[in-house]
Design a protein. Structure first.
Ligand code: PEP
Ligand code: MG
Length: 574
């Protein structure tokens, strides 16, 4: 029987396909009973998997670069210790023998026991070490299962597959860049979580915050995903199928029509030029940037080069990635943000347990504390600046001391390259992200000292409204047009104008066509967004008349009542 589940639409488009359920915790595995004669073979298979993972980890341990952060070897040592502990390497074999179960099942049963014991520990840091147990178990499971991960694959299917998961991490989503799902739906998540941002970058429909979809939907069931309305229809009847096939068709036509705007200049009706740049996560995204007609990259989230691996990318690896993007963009600006890990983008061994990770040691705070790691990245960025128009962007600045320390680190990196006669652009521009309310309030101080500013509205909204951007239980409070948010954006834009420094918005607000006119009205002239949103935003730009909108923009800026503000915004967008 057909039923509908309502969530939050995070990436538009309509998909119709069969459900593929991702394991709840990524380590949920099949359970089967073995005949007595296979038990020894199964324990041997288990031993082999442990030995393989041990060998892999020992090899990695010997390959750590000497200048890697001190935590990395310690992190690998801890994982090796967990792997070698009899609780993990011996007890599952006892379970295989006593229960005649398969090795994967025995291992996950034991893992659950251990996780439960960790959860009883009072000390918060030690309690969180359960994550390390899970990570080690996952490595062994991957070897046992004989494939790189246990998420369902779309390979060899002719029908569209829709991934149904309880939760997906940004690292999972990066993995999906290589797999073709028609849509993603998850029980948790907010529209500006990094997982949602990546879903948009894949340009396929996605609905999040469905709460119990993963429990309600069965594998192979037909489902419809409406990423615009945030609706999922399970087991649709013929009439629903027909209606959504039609809507899907119309959506595709609209999409096709937008493509005609790719090469047109982005200027308002009264001739004001608007720069539309794109956000990327990996060098491979440049193709989508080119296809979108973007005139530059406004945000390259470099942290994704550091994910889905156990070691850190070397200076040369980073240099090649940055250089390739810079060269591929043929002289167009490429703004590369320094490592922004922490909060909903943890990085094993580097990010620490924190009571409140969003307020903890993330982004520039972490880079300044890990000076070698930062030095390596800055050298790679500077080296790449010789091959294109690279700009360096610093995330999460909150005070001028951090900025001074950052400049000192850049100078050190420049001096070391100069000493080795390695070429770089000595005038490489340095910009700062304004994404903490404190930084917005003192934007003029940052504008004076930096070459450009970029407003990270995702974090700015999170910190201004005190809502965790990845927590769907407070997603209803997420409001980009909250008067306080608009004031902070306006302050930053004014500061940039006064100092003669360009300001862009690179958070998700920049890619929302409903906010294009408002942002232009506030003075924004440079947007950076997922390539998939660029043409819809350009369409809005082309229909906007800036001087006709001044009054309505001022009304919006002065409105403190949400209903009134919504009415003004609707009139502005007429
Ligand atoms: C932002 O915070 O708006 C931003 C662009 O950075 P990220 O989403 O990666 O935190
Ligand atoms: Mg941010």
């Amino acid at each position: 029987m057909s039923f509908t589940i309502q969530g939050i639409g995070v990436s538009p488009g309509i998909a119709i396909g069969v459900a593929r359920l991702a394991s709840h915790s990524r380590i949920e595995v099949a359970h089967y009973v073995l005949p007595q004669q296979n038990v020894d073979k199964e324990t041997a298979r288990f031993d082999d998997a442990i030995a393989t993972v041990r060998a892999e980890m020992e090899l990695l341990r010997t390959q750590i670069p000497i200048n890697a952060p001190a935590e990395l070897p310690a992190f690998l040592d801890m994982h090796l210790m967990i792997l070698n502990d009899s609780m993990l390497s011996e007890v599952p074999k006892q379970l295989i023998r006593s229960q005649h179960c398969n090795a994967e099942w025995a291992l996950t049963q034991q893992m659950e026991q251990l996780v439960a014991q960790f959860e009883e520990i009072e000390d918060a840091y030690l309690r969180e070490r359960k994550i390390d147990v899970v990570q080690v178990v996952e490595r062994v499971l991957k070897v046992l299962l004989g494939h790189p991960d246990n998420l369902p694959s779309t390979e060899s299917t002719l029908v569209d597959c829709i991934l149904v998961a309880h939760d997906l991490s940004p690292a999972d989503m990066i993995g999906f860049k290589r797999q073709q799902f028609a849509a993603f739906i998850t029980d948790v998540g907010g529209s500006t979580s990094h997982t949602a941002i990546l879903a948009r970058s894949l340009n396929i429909s996605s609905v999040m915050a469905l709460h119990n979809a993963h429990d309600l939907i069965r594998d192979n069931e037909i489902i419809i995903v409406d990423g615009e309305q945030g609706v999922v229809i399970v087991d649709p009847d013929d009439a629903e199928l027909e209606e959504y096939q039609l809507r899907q068709y119309q959506w595709q036509i609209e999409h096709q029509k937008l493509k005609r705007l790719t090469s047109s200049r982005a200027a308002t009706l009264d001739g004001i030029e608007i720069e539309l740049h794109a956000n990327i996560e990996l060098p491979g995204d440049v193709a989508a940037v080119k296809e979108s007609g973007a005139t530059g990259i406004g945000l390259f989230r470099s942290e994704f080069l550091f994910m889905n691996r156990v070691d850190l990318p070397t200076e040369d690896e980073q240099f090649v990635a940055y250089r390739d993007v810079a060269a591929a963009m043929n002289g167009m600006p490429v703004t590369i943000r320094t490592l922004d890990v922490g909060a909903d983008k943890p990085l094993g061994g580097l990010t620490q347990h924190a009571l409140n990770p969003a307020l903890g040691r993330r982004a520039i705070r972490l880079c300044l504390a890990e000076s070698t790691l930062f030095h390596i990245q800055l050298r790679a960025l500077l080296r790449a600046s010789y091959y294109g128009k690279v700009k360096i962007l610093i995330p999460m600045l909150s005070n001028l001391v951090e900025l001074r320390q950052t400049y000192a680190a850049i100078e050190r990196a420049k001096a070391s390259l100069a000493a080795e006669a390695v070429p770089f652009d000595p005038a490489v521009e340095v910009g700062g992200m304004i994404e903490i309310p404190a930084a917005a309030l003192m934007a003029s101080a940052f504008a004076e000292r930096l070459d450009f500013l970029s407003i990270g509205t995702n974090d700015l909204i999170q910190y201004t409204l005190a809502i965790d951007r990845a927590d769907d239980s407070v997603a209803y409070l997420y409001d980009p047009t909250h008067p306080a948010v608009l004031q902070l954006i306006a302050i930053t834009l004014r500061a940039g104008e006064k100092a003669g420094k360009p300001v862009s918005v690179c958070g998700e607000m920049a890619g929302d066509p409903k906010l294009t006119r408002l942002l232009i009205g506030l003075g924004l002239r440079r947007f950076s967004m997922q390539p998939a949103s660029l043409l819809s935003v350009k369409q809005q730009v082309l229909k906007t008349h800036v001087s006709n909108n001044i009054n309505m923009t001022q009304k919006i800026l002065k409105a403190s009542d949400a209903d009134k503000l919504e009415g003004f915004l609707a009139r502005l967008n007429l």
